[in-house]
Design a protein around this ligand. Structure first.
Ligand code: HEC
Ligand code: HEC
Length: 155
């Protein structure tokens, strides 16, 4: 546990020198995740690792929770402030973290490319939704684990 945390802390520095597995992908999850994030932001879907989107996207998302991709995901002001700060501090700064027009991870070119082989009907299977439901296929999504090894497409 301790060494994993240490590795996560060192990764940004190490990545400059050699590929640092988790961080090279920018998916490493911060050591501290506010309870409100785990509770509120996983009520309807995966609690996305903050590194999947840049600060600009998180800002737009947290500024319009009452109109959240067609639903109302409003939180009290205190929770919004706390989560906004945490998301800004841990937002992605690597090349995959792009601010798409609809502030979606799933609209990014890399996402579409990586999932090219997932057939349209598969998105709707058991996963209870679509591409946004990372956990349906990536059991380790919340921990930032999207490795090929651990992908399971629901049958
Ligand atoms: C009431 C349910 C609900 C809650 C609570 C909720 N969301 Fe969502 N969220 C949705 C829906 C619905 C979508 C769109 C899913 C789809 O593609 O149809 C979505 C999509 C997203 C996406 C874009 C996913 C993609 O397609 O790339 C992000 C990012 C996101 N939510 C972040 C958050 C954050 C951060 C919180 C907590 C502050 C949160 N959500 C809380 C319902 C919710
Ligand atoms: C229906 C199943 C499914 C869902 C849902 C899904 N993925 Fe994937 N994902 C896959 C498959 C299959 C691959 C390709 C594995 C491979 O061959 O590298 C993949 C690949 C990836 C990769 C590349 C991994 C690598 O090592 O190159 C990332 C990153 C990723 N997904 C992130 C996400 C995120 C983030 C979400 C949610 C917003 C998501 N995926 C939703 C099935 C899914």
């Amino acid at each position: 546990m301790k060494s994993a945390r240490l590795a996560a802390a060192l990764c940004p520095a190490l990545a400059l020198v050699f590929a640092c597995a988790a961080h090279a992908d920018g998916m490493a999850v911060p050591a501290h995740t506010p309870a409100a994030y785990t509770q509120e932001c996983s009520a309807c879907h995966t609690a996305y690792p903050p590194g999947l989107l840049p600060a600009a996207s998180w800002k737009r998302i947290m500024g319009s929770l009452d109109k959240h991709y067609g639903t109302d995901a409003s939180l009290d002001d205190k929770a919004v402030a706390e989560l906004s700060r945490w998301l800004q501090a841990n937002a992605g700064t690597y090349k995959r973290a792009v601010d798409t027009p609809d502030a979606r991870i799933t609209s990014a070119a890399w996402f579409v490319r990586k999932h090219r082989e997932v057939e349209a009907h598969t998105w709707k299977l058991r996963s209870g939704g679509g591409p946004f439901n990372c956990t349906a296929c990536h059991a380790g999504a919340v921990r930032g684990d999207f490795s090929e090894r651990n992908v399971r497409i629901p049958k």
